[in-house]
Design a protein around this ligand. Structure first.
Ligand SMILES: [Zn+2]
Length: 430
């Protein structure tokens, strides 16, 4: 009897598929692991379980064919605006913020970092209402300003910029807060930058600076050569007021010097901060951004920026190689925010995955100031996975045809059906 049970048990085990989900036949680009080639990707319990040239479909409960598509780590957008707090009758956070789930997973983005929409007085509300509830993984640059982005004149009030309080809050919420944001300052002094950097030093996290008004009293060169530490981030890298070229159109050497110091240049496209006339020659002369990001809000979403894949497509058409575009949208942003568990497809990593199509055709792109660029290639999204769950399925690729299903009842959303029994994201990891 015992022997029978043993044999039966073994047989049952043998026939159990090893993996929950298999993405089969795709081309993997995983810059951290230096993979750029045909690979199958298997997922189990929300984690990457195997990446190999060929994994048999019988080993997985569900196999999704992704031939002709690129399988990359879930995209990480380190400059987004996803919180509009209410302060009396005013919106106290970024006043054109939008919910992360309304734009991210549609385009393969699995992690967004809110860039300063909240400060120490409204971070708790942000955390409770958005960060802890969204399907998108949300991390935070905490604004040095106590209320985040309440608009002027409140964003200019130095009394509201307490570096010790910001650092303490960041340390107490280090599972979510990955950096400090300084933004929109129009005064002649360096006070917000200096306080932001001190807060970052106390909490051992990077600072992201939106330089605000460019003023002769505080030259931009000093920001990146003297004020910021290695690992700190200047966002809005291709904003026209940044001094980029000499009178002959050659890249200014101080930019390379700043990069050599370890200061990072983030795109932060947004509604006003990205010009082809800066970005195209900069890329051509060997100065690509460290990180590709959107500065997404309701304004930029509906103008030239559009979404993460559109910004990535711009760089592709300005000449940045495909694998480099992926690197600067996945692994490099993860390193920048010091979340090295994200941004790659290593075995054991959270299965945050984007399956992208590279369309060929005649496409047009628009910068923040209304100028155009034609291009022959454009990314579009096919599938987005977060922690192994299919959270977006553009073409119904994971779905059975209705006429093969008989009298079907509600089959659930793709993210229900994917790999786990429950429709909710459990064991949330950030
Ligand atoms: Zn912004």
């Amino acid at each position: 009897m015992r022997l029978l049970f043993f044999l039966f048990g073994c047989g049952a085990l043998w026939s159990q598929p090893t993996y929950d989900l298999l993405l089969k036949g795709g081309h993997v680009i995983d810059p951290k692991n230096r993979i750029n080639g045909a690979r199958d990707v298997a997922i189990k319990d929300g984690k990457i379980a195997a990446v190999a040239a060929s994994i048999p479909a019988v080993q997985a409960r569900k196999t999704v064919q992704v031939n002709g598509l690129y399988v990359v780590p879930g995209l990480i957008d380190i400059h987004a605006h996803v919180f509009s707090g209410i302060d009396g009758h005013m919106l106290s956070g970024g006043d054109s913020s939008i919910h992360p789930d309304s734009f991210a997973q549609r385009v393969g983005v699995t992690t967004v970092v809110d860039a300063g929409s909240s400060g120490r007085l409204n971070f708790a509300e942000f955390r409770r209402t958005i960060v802890d509830r969204s399907r998108t993984r949300v991390l935070v640059f905490l604004n040095i300003n106590a209320k985040g982005m309440p608009g002027d004149p409140k964003e200019q009030d130095l009394n509201d910029m307490d570096e010790k309080a910001a650092a303490d809050l960041a340390i107490a919420n280090k599972d979510v807060i990955v950096g400090i944001k300084v933004a929109h300052y129009n005064g002649p002094d360096w006070t917000p930058v200096e306080r932001g950097v001190r807060a970052g030093s106390m909490a051992k996290i990077p600072v992201m600076v939106d330089f605000g008004d460019f003023r002769p009293e505080r030259p931009f060169q000093d920001l990146v050569l003297k004020k910021l530490r290695p690992g700190d981030i200047y966002t809005h890298a291709f904003y026209a007021p940044v001094p980029y070229f000499d009178e002959k159109g050659r890249l200014l050497p101080y930019l390379l010097e700043a990069r050599k110091r370890g200061v990072l240049f983030d795109v932060g496209h947004g509604g006003a901060a990205f010009e082809f006339k800066v970005a195209a020659p900069a890329v051509k002369q060997g100065f690509p951004p460290d990180t590709i990001s959107t500065d997404v809000h309701s304004g930029s979403l509906n103008s030239g920026m559009k979404d993460m894949l559109n910004v990535m497509s711009k760089f592709l058409n300005m000449g940045l190689p495909l694998d480099d575009v992926i690197y600067r949208s996945t692994w490099n942003p993860a390193r920048t925010i010091r979340r090295e568990e994200l941004g790659h497809l290593s075995v054991g990593a959270a299965a945050d995955v984007a399956v992208l199509r590279l369309e060929q055709g005649d496409f047009g792109f628009v910068d923040s100031w209304g100028a155009g660029l034609r291009g022959a290639r454009r990314f579009s999204n096919e599938l987005t996975l977060r922690d192994g769950l299919i959270i977006y399925d553009t073409n119904g690729r994971t779905r059975e045809s209705w006429d093969k299903l008989g009298d079907y009842k509600h089959l659930g959303e793709p993210w229900w059906d994917g790999t786990r029994s429950s429709g909710r994201l459990r064991n949330r990891s950030r």
